[in-house]
Design a protein around this ligand. Structure first.
Ligand code: PEP
Ligand code: MN
Length: 333
């Protein structure tokens, strides 16, 4: 249920209303916008008397929210959420380019890629240290050592780092990481989501391989319900009937997620297509449909990459994508 407060309501009366609603055992999500304040009521609202609340002089309107996702719901928070990572902002008109290798391999590699993507215009550096691989015999990532190498690359370039956490056991290692990525395979690891909700750190939540938008939003709800509002959604392609492509990039998810939720939406055309030459056109399409950011895999030597070389762009190819994507963004406004 949402309660829209009249713009001339006094703070004192609002606080009294909030206290009274809390005394009914409800959680209250307060969204203060430029034009109105919205109270989102979380919990069992079946016994709440809508007519009584509506009759209060500080209340403009009351509506039931039928969706099961509440905190992530745009009805609870009409304005776009802007996630801030140092000086980088994502959402609400702020666009960000994230780039880097699938996996951190060596110091030389991650620093070289970080310098190259920075020069190309990237805002953040990505790189996996803990890798969720289909085969247990494939490279599993450098783990803690990989995180240290990412920090070296950050120190060299100033780019904030985005990297995947697979298990809450590893959480202490991620203290100095800027954005924690939840990979597609862990989108419904609810214990991990709850734990990440308690960290207050920016989370990049990827859509699962075969998950619906509602399921993605419910996973984001787990993080937000545990107290963390810093969530970025990521569309990275889903399993359908694609034969020549790794996945199917569901770009219509971008405007639909924007309609349903206030959270920023980033698109990953690398995992969505699996083929380097498919990445530039789909990155441009993602920018055109209103994505708040694009995450692309870039490697200085894709042929010898330990993971996902086939979908990785070379730095010069990435620089060209950045130019085209920025031109599309400008054409939109
Ligand atoms: C990745 O970003 O390297 C990754 C493993 O992505 P996904 O979880 O989308 O497969
Ligand atoms: Mn990858």
């Amino acid at each position: 249920m949402i309660v829209v407060i009249r713009s001339d309501a006094s703070k004192d009366k609002q606080d009294r209303l909030i206290d009274w609603l809390k005394s009914m055992g409800l959680g209250i999500h307060v969204s203060v916008g430029d034009y109105q304040t919205v109270l989102g009521l979380i919990g069992d609202t079946s016994k709440v008397d809508i007519d009584l609340i509506e009759s209060l002089d500080i209340v403009e309107s009351v509506k039931r929210v039928s969706e099961t996702f509440k905190c992530v719901n745009r009805k609870f928070h009409p304005e776009d959420t802007v996630v801030e990572i140092g000086s980088v902002k994502v959402g609400g008109g702020h666009f960000c380019m994230i780039a880097g290798p699938c996996s951190v391999e060596t110091e030389e590699q991650i620093v070289a890629v970080a310098r190259a993507v920075k020069a190309a215009g990237a805002d953040m550096l990505r790189g996996g240290a803990f890798k969720p691989r289909t085969s247990p015999y494939d490279f599993q990532g450098l783990k803690g050592e990989g995180l240290e190498l990412l920090k070296i690359a950050r120190a060299e370039t100033g780019l904030p780092i985005v990297t995947e956490i697979m298990s809450m056991v590893d959480l202490p290692l991620f203290e100095d990481v800027d954005v924690l990525q939840v990979g597609a395979r862990n989108m419904q690891n609810f214990d991990l989501l709850k734990e990440l909700g308690r960290t207050g750190k920016p989370i990049l939540l990827k859509r699962g391989l075969a998950n619906t938008l509602k399921e993605l939003l419910m996973s984001a709800e787990y993080i937000m319900a545990s107290g963390n509002e810093q969530v970025i959604l990521c569309e990275r392609g889903i399993r359908t009937y694609s034969d020549y492509l790794r996945n199917t990039l569901d770009l219509a998810a971008v405007p639909m997620l924007h309609e349903l939720s206030h959270l920023p939406v980033v698109v990953d055309p690398s995992h969505a297509t699996g083929i380097a030459r498919m990445v530039p056109p789909m990155a441009q399409a993602a920018a055109a449909c209103g994505a708040d950011g694009i995450m692309i895999e870039v490697h200085n030597d894709p042929i010898h990459a330990l993971c996902d070389g086939a979908q990785s762009l070379k730095p010069e190819e990435y620089a060209d994508v950045v130019k085209k994507v920025r031109a599309i963004r400008e054409a939109l406004v």
